[in-house]
Design a protein around this ligand. Sequence first.
Ligand code: HEM
Length: 226
Amino acid sequence: MEASSPTPSTPPAPFSTVIRTASHEQHTEAENSSFMSDLLGGRLGVAAYRRYTEQLWFVYRALEDASEALADDPVAGPFIRPELARTAQLERDLGHLGGPSWHTGLQPLPATAAYAARVTACAQDWPAGYVAHHYTRYLGDLSGGQIIRGTAEKTWGFARKGDGVRFYVFEDIANPAAFKREYRALLDALPVDDLEKQRVVDECKRAFGLNSAVFRELGEQFPLSA
Ligand code: HEM
């Protein structure tokens, strides 16, 4: 009798694919939020763009204040790359948008404060959760961020890749496609078990939700589509 051949099983999808697929729906939601649609549709003034950039500053400060402490962490450490850091660029953009005292009296929207607090909590207690936040922001900035930059330059007249849109310009990343490939390879090699990976996916969805909440509050401040 012939030995039955084992049923070929489908290899599990790489983690970078799992996380992208799992957040796809929420990505579409964030992209199509009324604030983003109005902003990218050129229907809002530069004040809305400034307000949005201010919110990003709070979020990136939370992400990047943690860089040093996490640099040697076995899970989060490999993701922390100086060429991704955005705080200095945001500060330069904000100086351009708001003048030298852009920082005076600046407060985050409640949704932004909640988002930044969650990033900080992950950075302190749960490095794999921090990776979910890192992925959600930086890989997005390297991808769709480039669309936002082009629109901002056209709509509000910023110099190409100049002050106002430096946040979107990764000067030290010569080949974004190659960088993203390497980043995905790091995700695929994340040294955690399947259960933890599922929790990271859930945190990524939470990160998208936190972004959408910021867009909602910005939309309330600049209610064009309403
Ligand atoms: C209007 C706003 C947005 C546009 C136009 C946009 C557009 C894009 C595009 C074109 C890609 C590339 C897809 C690919 O490489 O297959 C991408 C990827 C991505 N975006 Fe967005 N996006 C926007 C908003 C956002 C927001 C708000 C977030 C989350 C904060 C986000 C997170 C991501 C992530 C994490 C990826 C990488 C997916 C992956 O390859 O794993 N995007 N986006």
